[in-house]
Design a protein around this ligand. Structure first.
Ligand code: MG
Length: 380
């Protein structure tokens, strides 16, 4: 297999409802899409789902736009490969930039699945025909507004609800949701918004009473020790998200007992290849995993659905229907949730048709390796 041409498209889609986390509020999402064309004309798609601002991690759409054309595309173009895993070696020298790499890895897996005549889920080793979908709710203006949102998602059939929390928006809203829904699979995500102190530890001890499925990333990215200290004091499992970028981080988490559940976010880990490795290693270590989302458009969402079909994705993933976020997606049909589950496509490739015409029309900017290359005749 050889990729002869790569195009990048930066596309913005407005959100149906703006979304607030502990760090910021957003009303539209901008991602870069990777189109990889093979030597014989097959086309694979991947999504660089980094936020525009460096608040989740250090990467932004802008950094991806710098690194992808200069370092990642040249590493991939014209290289012979038989399996997407081989691309990891192509950019072994490029440190970080996991989201940008994930876009290329996704396109390679899509191409690989098409060549195999199998679904993306199947080539990844997926075993589920449907995956459980959970929803993530941002910080709402009031507890009443939050309760209304929770009810709306339950009415839509979702069985797991995750609440974003932050200092000042934690105990009260969580207790209110728990009181209203005693049996709901409920979990909270702080996106690292807390600093360790006894008061903070006591706050999380009180959250134990809400019987949460997990408390996700209460402390900073590098602060494994704070997570360890807290896990010693609470019964609720801690789940790590931002802290686990490489497999080493998972080993650290487990050895320190700094977390007992892993959020395998495909983009954060550098793409489907590494996400699958994390899944496999977590399985060996007895750590259940689920797939977190980054408000992916349809291409990234399709990859999340596929990876969530692997056996150790035993908790509901953030693979809710596209319609929860966007009026009109860039794939068809869109990812749809029915009764809180999403069917895993079983046709070759991503399993959804990518609307290339709509992507071209919406693109804020385009980079094309064919245009960027100096024609041979002009080389000296
Ligand atoms: Mg998270």
């Amino acid at each position: 297999m050889r990729i002869d041409r790569i195009r990048l498209f930066e596309v913005s889609l407005p959100l149906r409802r703006s979304f607030e986390t502990s760090s910021h509020r957003k009303s539209a999402i901008t991602h870069a899409l990777v189109e990889a064309t093979s030597a014989d004309g097959a086309v694979g798609w991947g999504e660089i789902a980094t936020p525009q601002d460096p608040f989740f991690g250090a990467e932004t759409t802008g950094t991806a736009w710098l690194v992808a054309p200069e370092f990642l595309a040249p590493a991939v173009l014209d290289r012979e490969w038989a399996h997407p895993e081989e691309l990891e070696a192509a950019w072994a020298k490029v440190r970080g930039h996991e989201f940008a790499k994930a876009g290329f890895v996704g396109a390679a897996w899509d191409l690989f699945a098409q060549y195999q005549g199998r679904s993306l889920a199947s080539v990844l080793g997926g075993t589920r025909e449907v995956v459980q979908a959970g929803v993530s709710l941002g910080i709402e203006p009031s507890i009443d507004a939050l309760l209304e949102q929770v009810q709306r998602q339950l009415d839509a059939g979702y069985s797991r609800v995750k609440l974003k929390i932050a200092p000042g928006w934690d105990l009260e809203p969580v207790t209110a949701v728990r009181a209203a829904h005693p049996h709901l699979d409920l979990h909270v995500d702080a996106n690292g918004a807390y600093d360790w102190s006894d008061e903070v530890a006591e706050l999380f001890e009180r959250l134990d009473a809400s019987a949460l499925t997990m408390i996700e990333q209460p402390f900073g990215v590098r602060d494994f020790l704070a997570h360890q200290q807290l896990q010693r004091r609470i019964a609720t499992p801690i789940c790590l998200d931002e802290s686990v970028v490489q497999l080493d981080d998972l080993e650290t988490m487990v050895r320190l007992d700094a977390g007992r559940i892993l959020n395998v976010k495909v983009s954060r880990m550098g793409g489907l290849t590494q996400a699958r490795r994390a899944h496999d290693r977590a399985s060996e270590l007895g750590v259940p995993v689920w797939c977190g989302g980054m408000h992916e458009f349809g291409i990234g969402r399709a990859a999340n659905v596929a990876v969530s079909s692997l056996p150790n994705f035993s908790l509901p993933s953030d693979v809710s229907g596209s319609d929860k976020y966007y009026e009109e997606d860039i794939i068809q049909p869109t990812v749809a949730a029915h009764g809180g589950t999403v069917a895993v496509p079983n046709v070759p490739g991503l399993g959804y048709e990518v609307r290339a015409d709509r992507i071209t029309e919406l693109a804020n900017r385009v980079w094309d390796s064919a245009a960027a290359r100096v024609p041979e005749a002009e080389e000296v």
